[in-house]
Design a protein around this ligand. Structure first.
Ligand SMILES: [Zn+2]
Length: 351
């Protein structure tokens, strides 16, 4: 994952392997010189390799080609999440354009086999934007007159898939004005697989940030619901700021990824180490150390926090959700503030 998203800047091996397979597809599009490339070309609707889907390939007969097309199909589903790319994509068997609560892609079953066989060529050519006119959804009558004599049933399914896709993708901060077709992306690649990997990393990150284990674990530990993506992005990337000393980087990273060696953890490795909180022990209490205790619950720490906050911020009650959102995520008045995030990270470091 990228450093700006809290990762180490290494690529994900799954993405790398997928991008490698896509580069074979790119080769096949560019030069039809080997038998396997010609096979792909012949199997493709309108001889357009980028429109190939798994159902076009007999897995038994062409296991390797099937594998390549499987990756292409998956990539399609990710690619349409970026900017306005969806408007240029074909809707047939494209993961990401789904109805039935996300369970069904638009496939042969959507139209019925007889209808599909009769109108296969047109169906395979259908793009997302075919269902819009002047940024408005087209009516069934309009589609029937100009495109395809769709049944009401198929129309409702496609309409619901498009409405669902719009709802999911409009939320993203990306812009619809920028768009590129998958064919243009793939034919524009000269060498390597970086462009494909970048698409995979960007779309996956936006989508999965809130579900990442690092994030859910941290929110669990601090007892707060998972915040919006832009808040996560801020608190998770802060450790990689270039002006920080190594010790502070290390501390913030470990803190966010819950791998600090607190007394309770050290005790699990070496029973000689006392698992209780050192500060509490000094005060005559025996309380087990841990993440929440060490940074918040401990009386000594909580006292420091109360004092600091009474001096610095207008929130007097450190137990309030308002304070804890500021303390852990840097959120002030519902906006994430990098300086606040940073201030409390440093405060926890010196504590
Ligand atoms: Zn304590």
């Amino acid at each position: 994952m990228k450093k700006s998203n809290g990762g180490h800047g290494f690529f994900k091996i799954d993405d790398f392997l997928m991008a490698q397979k896509l580069s074979w597809i790119t080769r096949a599009i560019k030069y039809r010189i080997d038998n396997w490339r010609i096979d792909l070309y012949i199997l493709a609707p309108d001889y357009d390799i980028t429109r190939l889907r798994k159902i076009d390939i007999d897995r038994e007969r062409h296991p390797i080609l099937f594998n390549l097309v499987e990756s292409l199909e998956y990539f399609h589903g990710q690619f349409i999440k970026e900017n306005g790319n969806r408007f240029l994509c074909n809707i047939f068997c494209t993961p990401g354009i789904t109805y039935d609560n996300g369970n069904s892609v638009i496939s042969i079953g959507t139209f019925g086999r007889d209808f599909y066989t009769r109108h296969k060529e047109i169906i395979r050519r259908l793009t997302y934007s075919d269902f819009f006119r002047n940024e408005r959804h087209r009516t069934l009558d309009d589609i029937r007159e100009t495109l395809l004599p769709l049944t009401v049933n198929a129309w409702l399914k496609i309409r619901s898939a498009i409405a669902r896709t719009e709802q999911l993708l409009k939320k993203d901060a990306t812009t619809d004005r920028l768009k590129i077709s998958i064919k243009d992306l793939l034919t524009g690649i000269n060498k390597g697989s970086k462009k494909v990997r970048q698409v995979l990393a960007r779309t996956r990150t936006r989508q999965e940030l809130a579900n990442m284990r690092t994030v859910t674990t941290f929110c669990n530990l601090v007892g707060l619901p998972v915040p919006e993506n832009k808040v996560i992005e801020m608190y998770i990337k802060i450790w990689g700021f270039p002006f920080l000393q190594n010790e502070i980087c290390e501390f913030i990273f470990k803190q966010r990824n819950n791998c600090l060696m607190l007394n309770n953890r050290l005790n699990a490795i070496d029973p000689e180490v006392d698992a209780t909180c050192t500060l509490c022990r000094i005060r005559g209490f025996t309380i087990r150390d841990g993440f929440e205790h060490g940074f918040f619950g401990c009386l000594s720490i909580n006292g420091i926090l109360t004092k600091t906050c009474s001096l610095l911020v207008p929130v007097q009650n450190v137990e309030s959700v308002e304070f804890r959102r500021m303390y852990w995520f840097g959120i002030v008045d519902d906006e994430v503030d990098m300086h606040v995030t940073f201030f409390f990270d440093i405060l926890r470091y010196v504590m």
